[in-house]
Design a protein around this ligand. Structure first.
Ligand SMILES: [Zn+2]
Length: 445
């Protein structure tokens, strides 16, 4: 198979990927609303589209691929948290954007080319709303600017829901200022003590959908190659992005729409009330490895559901341990193995790519294995660092070294009871000691 094939949600089939301009391949993925830590479900599209970004760069060249992932830094949840803490929305959004970059960085992602923020695109939003009003696709009502869904002929073709179905299924909010129940908010009024920006329709703030259309137009133009996100964004978010952009420009907005499937935890929907809610921040804090989280999220094909569990993380950690041992001191091959590229080129078949890596997991092909793993965003540290890592459950490296010293003294004095006690004490803290060639080293269990 030559070339990249992707499943296009809009076409409902797998299609050969043919960029509009191979010298300027453009991909946009909806990013986080920064009001809290990202959970593992939020991290799935991040690692999925990072893998696609890597594949596109490999195929078209690093400088030929542009990838934008935004920060939604104005939202009612950010505002509520700012009020709770008595701080500005920027304090909240900066705090969680910073945590997001650190947490996702631990998952081995490449930096996107652009990380635009909603609040930096208010003039572009005003311009788009003006254009939509002028063309009869939007209207002002009680300080709101609303998109008028019946003004668009083919609304709903991405999610396959017609306007009538949406209204009948009560999937839309009813509000007195709406001309049609399916109409959605582009701009809403802010009260005196709420954050807001001046606009021709009064002081207010943007609805969520508008920012992505405006950022894409500003940074990439009217039509882009790939727009990605979680399946849950198909309706209403992506449907509304299409409505805004295509009614403004009259051009196709996106050539290939790609959506990743849902994530469950231990077979159930993840929720705070079920106690199975995992943020990446907490998992990293508990000593789980970012690379193991990445592997667990990529272990299922991106369009299928993925079931996440702490056991799965441990299993992926063992797999990575094996690969780290096998490639320790080996120089990576120059080329990424073709079996890995072929698997990913077939609609990002990551399970098949990992199977191809497993097939290379022996001494003779360790250099190819290392090249393949690095390409997949893994093996980002050296083996020593991997097996030691940072502090584990409050035990730091200096303390471990001190206990190893005490154990060596006990062994020299033939006090094996004490030597075993120290070994067990460390084991209880998740540290395994290994005695070899007259030297004691340690690693995390
Ligand atoms: Zn979006």
């Amino acid at each position: 198979m030559t070339g990249i094939y992707v499943y296009n949600t809009l076409a409902r089939e797998k299609q050969k990927f043919e960029p509009i301009d191979p010298e300027n391949v453009r991909m946009y993925v909806c990013g986080p609303t920064v009001y809290d830590y990202a959970h593992v479900g939020n991290a799935r599209p991040v690692v999925v589209f990072d893998t696609l970004f890597r594949l596109l760069r490999h195929t078209y060249g690093d400088d030929q691929v542009k990838f934008a992932a935004n920060f939604t830094d104005i939202d009612d949840r950010i505002m509520a948290k700012a009020v709770d803490e008595g701080v500005s929305i920027r304090t909240i959004s900066n705090r969680y954007a910073k945590a997001y970059l650190e947490d996702m960085g631990a998952l081995g992602i490449l930096n996107p080319t652009l990380r635009p923020k909603a609040t930096e695109h208010i003039p572009e939003m005003i311009k788009m709303m003006r254009a939509l009003i002028e063309k009869g696709h939007a209207y002002e009502a009680e300080g709101h600017v609303m998109f008028h869904v019946p003004s668009m002929e083919n609304y709903g073709r991405l999610s396959n829901h017609s306007r009538d179905e949406l209204v009948a299924g009560a999937r839309v909010e009813v509000a007195p200022y709406k001309k049609d129940p399916a109409d959605f908010v582009l701009w809403k009024p802010s009260s005196e003590n709420q954050v807001g920006w001046g606009s021709p329709w009064g002081r207010g703030r943007p609805g969520w959908h508008l920012e992505c259309s405006c950022m894409i137009e500003k940074h990439f133009g009217e039509t882009i190659d790939i727009h990605g996100g979680g399946q849950d964004l198909i309706f209403p978010h992506h449907e509304n992005e299409i409505a805004q952009s295509e009614c403004t420009h009259g051009e196709t907005f996106v050539k290939y729409w790609m959506h990743n499937g849902y994530l469950t935890v231990d077979g159930e929907k993840m929720s705070k009330s079920l106690g199975n809610f995992h943020t990446v921040h907490d998992l990293l804090g508990d000593g789980y490895k970012g690379e193991a989280i990445r592997m667990a999220l990529l272990s299922a094909h991106y369009r299928q559901p993925v079931d996440f569990s702490l056991d799965a993380l441990k299993e992926q950690k063992r797999r990575l341990d094996k690969w780290y041992r096998l490639t320790d001191g080996v120089e990576a091959a120059t080329d990424v193995p073709s079996t890995v590229i072929d698997a990913l080129s077939d609609d990002l078949n990551t399970p098949k790519a990992f199977a191809a890596l497993d097939a290379l997991a022996n001494v003779e092909t360790a250099a190819e294995l290392k090249a393949g793993l690095r390409f997949m965003g893994l093996l980002n540290v050296d083996a020593t660092e991997w097996f030691q890592g940072d502090a584990v459950d409050g035990v730091d490296a200096a303390e471990i070294e001190a206990l190893i010293g005490a154990r060596n003294t006990a062994r020299a004095n033939k006090d094996f009871a004490e030597s075993d006690r120290i070994r067990d004490e460390l084991l209880a803290k998740g540290i395994i000691l290994e005695d070899a060639a007259g030297k004691t080293t340690w690693r995390k269990a």
